[in-house]
Design a protein around this ligand. Structure first.
Ligand SMILES: [Zn+2]
Length: 286
């Protein structure tokens, strides 16, 4: 699943391709998989994209006719835009980024005056959904998203932790209804930054620790955004270049057996709540 910095990278890429009348009006919408598109395609015909927004990992296309398209890529979703000369691709990295489209993983094709947008989704967990723009915030999916690390204070996080006292802190910060946008990589990195053991019970995380977790989440995500996002494998960025960023930025993720850059102890890999988890046993005491 793309992490928040990747989704932000996709948002920026699509903004470049679709807004400021670059792609023009929607001419047609072809739905190849009915469950991938919620709403009536007619609702978006003839409109242009006037803004690209993001809430958590959801992309929001605001249209000139008062409608918006909410899109979530989930595990395997991709957004690929092409005008024949240029191509932008983001999301789950695979050969579709350079393949001829549509193909058998294409679920929705939106034809614009100048360009086509392909929504590919191998596993079909992602979706596009038409809603009135003034109803985006009321949408059930958007409404249940919590604040992002940039919008939340340490105090707010601390207050939320009190409702999940017995759960390991790592599992709590992965819960998108508590804090939005932290995936597995950034959760491990934020906890290392804060020097908090991922298995520590949320009830034993102090207010100061909660502040540091928020600061760590912001720091690692900003670093990642600067480099255009990360994935475990190479990531194809919006301009088609490959980012092998994780190696440069990660302090613990996928560094098991290697030395902690802060204290020299070997990084350990374990499981917390079923998720592969990386930490330094010396810096991050329970
Ligand atoms: Zn260490």
């Amino acid at each position: 699943m793309p992490e928040l910095p990747e989704v932000e990278t996709i948002r920026r890429g699509l903004e470049e391709c679709l807004t400021r009348k670059r792609s023009g009006r929607v001419l047609s919408v072809e739905i190849l998989e009915t469950k991938s598109f919620i709403g009536e395609p007619e609702e978006i015909i003839s409109a242009d994209v006037i803004a690209m927004r993001r809430r958590g990992k959801a992309l929001i296309f605001d249209l000139s006719n008062g409608k918006s398209l909410i899109c979530h890529l989930r595990m395997t979703g991709q957004m690929i835009w092409s005008n024949g000369k240029e191509r932008f691709a983001g999301g789950h990295p695979n050969d579709n980024f350079i393949a001829e489209l549509p193909n058998k993983q294409t679920r929705v094709v939106i034809d614009f005056e100048n360009g086509r947008l392909f929504f590919n989704d191998q596993r079909k967990f992602g979706f596009m959904k038409v809603v009135p723009t003034n109803g985006v915030e009321k949408d059930a999916f958007i409404r249940k998203l919590a604040k992002e690390p940039w919008e939340m204070s340490g105090e707010e996080l601390y207050a939320k932790l009190q409702k999940h006292k017995g759960a390991p802190i790592k599992s709590v910060i992965l819960d998108q209804t508590i804090i939005a946008g932290l995936g597995n990589i950034y959760a491990d990195e934020a906890l290392h930054y804060a020097m908090v053991n991922p298995k520590r019970k949320a009830g034993l995380v102090s207010k100061e620790d909660a502040e540091k977790i928020i600061a760590g989440a912001r720091t690692v995500m900003e670093k990642s955004l600067d480099a255009g996002g990360s994935t475990i494998r190479n990531y194809v960025k919006s301009d088609g270049t490959r980012g092998d960023y994780l190696e440069l930025f990660a302090e613990v993720f996928n560094r098991q057996g290697k030395e902690c850059r802060r204290c020299g102890e070997k990084i350990v890999k374990t499981k917390v709540g079923g998720r592969g988890t990386h930490y330094c046993p010396r810096c991050q005491k329970t």
